[in-house]
Design a binder for this molecule. Sequence first.
Ligand SMILES: *Cc1c(COP(=O)(O)O)cnc(C)c1O
Length: 363
Amino acid sequence: MADPKIFNFHAGPATLPREVILKAQAEFADFRGLGYSLLEESHRSKLFIEIQQHTEQNIRELMGLDDSYAVLFLQGGASLQFAMLPMNLALPGKPMLYCDTGHWSNKAIKEAKLFGDVKTVYDGKASNYSHIGDPADWVFPQDASYAYVCSNNTIYGSQYRTFPDTGAVPLVADMSSDIMSRPVDMKKFSLIFAGAQKNIGPAGVTLVVIRKDLAARVGAKVPTMLKYSTHIENDSAFNTPPTFTIYMMGLVTDWIKANGGLEGMGRLNTAKSQALYHCIDDSAGYYRGTVDAADRSQMNVTFRLTSEALEEKFVKESKAAGLIGLKGHRAVGGIRASIYNAMPLEGVERLIDFMHAFQTANA
Ligand SMILES: *Cc1c(COP(=O)(O)O)cnc(C)c1O
């Protein structure tokens, strides 16, 4: 495996396993002896159907999904799911319950309001999204269409440790930025979705896992392409699916399986994030974490320096040192290190060394 010259901390599209990039390169022009590229292959061919089935099988194994769930490869990003979800699942007269932990759940709430009554069960705004707390304390009225969480807040840097028990109300999650980063009991969830470009592949495909019986809820007036049932009935090939991205997701999930599955990812992500938070907490206030310690994300580590000028210098000099993508999201500023599955421990160690040296030079 070639040594990468840089470590990529971008929030998404994000770093991919080096082995996966090299494997895709090796079979790019002549796919497994075919004589042409997979990019040029029909989505209806036996070859491609087998590739998609392989990707789906990996996802089923890794996430522990039985036949009551459908695995779908859709387009339009996680952002289209914000609308598709209420279009398919909102029941007349039954509110949709949302837990607001920041930017992405806000966007989801905005779309849901177009299709019915939204009740906010948890509102993190008052704490400027620095806090999630214990979801066991939240109250979920049982006459609701569904309940919604965003498992990891990519921008503010918070993450659920445990998920709420919503009783008979189906639980839905946007897992775009922490999917397959740790073991999760999928039986708790009726639907999850994730844009691939943070943890499981390149941009261009949205993974949706949905309980099949739930997909039957959809009303007659929903356009064909926006019904989950359409994509279930057609194995995600109602129209042309993003074939190359589905293939890449197959390679990434092969890599996850070869590296200990979700338990392996969980161990690695705990080790990386703990090392980085330790560096922040040990800096005598030079670096300041922005989220309550108990709710800190293992994927997006957010922190501030003592001035914006220093933050700018930090971003500039880290980039020169081969550590790219550390600037915080434009909505919140500061520094954000996105350390998804494919970020090796070595990359985090390099960042920590840089942080120590920067503090010494600029204290
Ligand atoms: C990135 C992100 C999105 C948006 O994904 P798109 O695929 O660009 O629509 C939604 N939710 C979360 C949690 C994200 O991190």
